[in-house]
Design a protein around this ligand. Structure first.
Ligand code: DON
Length: 309
């Protein structure tokens, strides 16, 4: 097996040289002005190795990657009854699509499209004012990463709110079907803030370790979730984590993964490693172009695809 540090260094160098970087998101200024030349990677393995290269220490907006952590928390709050409010099927649509929601009576296809993530956020609000729910989300991520410096970028949260008309439409639509139980502005405010969490690749790879290690946080030895729940979250990341690009991601990379419009991807090699990559340029489905390419090389070289060598 090649040395992980060598592979990670080589990938960062290769990605640094590529001209085809995709296009950065432009819907808010904080993302539009990020330099597309950034590339970072961090890999935290089950045996405790941490391999980082490139811009692995620069915080970026994790955006929809936060939906992995909110799903984990919501399952902790209501258990499997969550699946009465959110489906588990890939949508085959864009992350912010509204069309399916009408046909399916306000029940979102899965927890990773925006509609599903809004329903998940609504669950986390049960019994909490928004500020406390948000605190809980941030505490959970900090605990998983064992890093209290992880923060919410308030400027990003404000911009999300100022431009989030489609999310407002989705939330109002679900409210009309009583799929949301809390006030729409509470759900949206909490959602915009958890999307605005900023993390480095190193912090994100560390935060994802529980999914690679049957629910256990290796620093503390405590379980964040049961092995069964970790396995199921990974299954959803594989089938739904890249929206309408999920099939292509499974085909090329072969790992559960969750992307964000900030250009980050968290990928899990079950039993082996938690991996974070960041390159701000996106492909047509809104997933990091070089991030996916980097993961494809890594999974291939380390023979980590869940589908075999
Ligand atoms: O809901 C939105 O528009 C963003 N805050 C998050 C979207 C996102 O990251 C989609 N992923 N590619």
């Amino acid at each position: 097996m090649p040395d992980l540090h060598d592979v990670v260094d080589e990938i960062a160098e290769k990605m640094g040289q590529r001209e085809d970087r995709g296009a950065v998101a432009t819907y808010i200024p904080q993302l539009a002005r990020v330099d597309p030349r950034h590339f970072g990677i961090a890999v935290a393995t089950a045996d405790g190795t941490l391999a980082c290269a490139g811009d692995s220490e620069i915080p970026f907006s994790i955006q929809s990657i936060s939906k992995v952590f909110t799903l984990t928390l919501a399952l902790g709050v209501v258990g499997d009854s969550l699946w009465r409010r959110v489906g588990r099927e890939p949508s085959g649509n864009a992350f912010n699509s509204i069309a399916q929601l009408e046909l399916e009576k306000g029940v979102p296809r899965n927890p990773f499209i925006n509609a599903g993530a809004l329903a998940v956020t609504d669950v986390i609000l049960s019994g909490h004012p928004p500020r406390e729910a948000l605190g809980e989300i941030l505490r959970f991520i900090r605990f998983a990463a064992q890093d209290d410096s992880i923060f919410i970028d308030e400027a990003v949260a404000r911009s999300e709110k100022a431009t989030g008309f489609r999310n407002a439409a989705l939330a109002n639509f679900m409210k009309s079907f009583a799929v949301l139980q809390h006030p729409v502005d509470h759900v949206l405010g909490t959602y915009f803030h958890h999307c605005a969490i900023a993390m480095t690749c190193r912090q994100l790879a560390l935060a994802g370790r529980f999914l690679a290690q049957s629910g256990r946080n290796p620093d503390t030895g405590f379980s964040l979730v049961s092995p069964e729940r970790a396995r199921r979250i990974n299954a959803l990341m594989l089938t739904c984590g890249h929206y309408d690009g999920s099939g292509e991601f499974a085909f090329r990379v072969g790992l559960p993964g969750k992307s964000g419009v900030g250009g980050g991807i968290l990928a899990i090699a079950p039993g082996r490693a938690s991996i974070a990559v960041w390159s701000p340029g996106l492909d047509a489905a809104g997933n990091s172009h070089l991030g996916r390419m980097a993961l494809e090389i890594l999974a291939h070289k380390m023979k980590w695809s869940i589908f075999g060598d």
